[in-house]
Design a protein around this ligand. Structure first.
Ligand SMILES: [Zn+2]
Length: 170
């Protein structure tokens, strides 16, 4: 864009110089010749300005896009700060809503994979894996092993593996 505008200014300068020389022209043929040159310069200037206008419109469009992207990033980084890494079970990590950031929302966990992709996806309870709670992400289908059941009674009531082993044993 800058190049086109610089060219346009150069063209206008040339046109000005050419016009100053017009009074010294002696013949109609000379005037006709200089008029052709002047028209060529004006056409080139118009073309440069048209190109500059096109480049300007494209630049404005791109700036708008970037502003939207920046807004989305800002929104996400604000949202991101409401969560912190939390070890749900040994070696099993999620991002958990910080208690001080929960504005009337229940404490919940979000998917660590989706978090890395700047996506907030709440993990949902998805049954049991042995004596562990299991959570799934509806966005990326990740399964996350959750907390261990608290007691044998809880294991039995949920049909965990220990209960099966116990019944098989008798
Ligand atoms: Zn996910």
């Amino acid at each position: 864009m800058g190049m086109f505008i610089a060219n346009a200014f150069t063209g206008l300068k040339e046109a000005g110089t050419l016009l100053k020389g017009f009074s010294q022209l002696k013949t109609d043929a000379e005037v006709a010749q200089k008029t052709i040159e002047l028209n060529q310069i004006i056409a080139a200037v118009q073309n440069d300005l048209f190109e500059a206008q096109t480049a300007y419109s494209a630049a404005v469009g791109r700036i708008n896009e970037l502003e939207k992207e920046l807004m989305a990033i800002k929104d996400w980084s604000t949202e991101q700060q409401r969560y912190q890494l939390y070890e749900l079970a040994p070696g099993s990590f999620v991002y958990r809503l910080k208690a001080e950031m929960a504005h009337s929302e229940p404490i919940h966990d979000i998917c660590p994979q989706c978090y890395e992709q700047s996506i907030k996806s709440i993990l949902q309870f998805n049954g049991y894996e042995g004596a562990f709670h299991k959570y799934s992400c509806s966005c990326c289908q990740t399964m996350i092993l959750g907390e261990h059941l608290r007691s044998d009674v809880e294991v039995i009531s949920t049909g965990g593996t220990r209960f099966r082993r116990w019944t098989e044993g008798y």
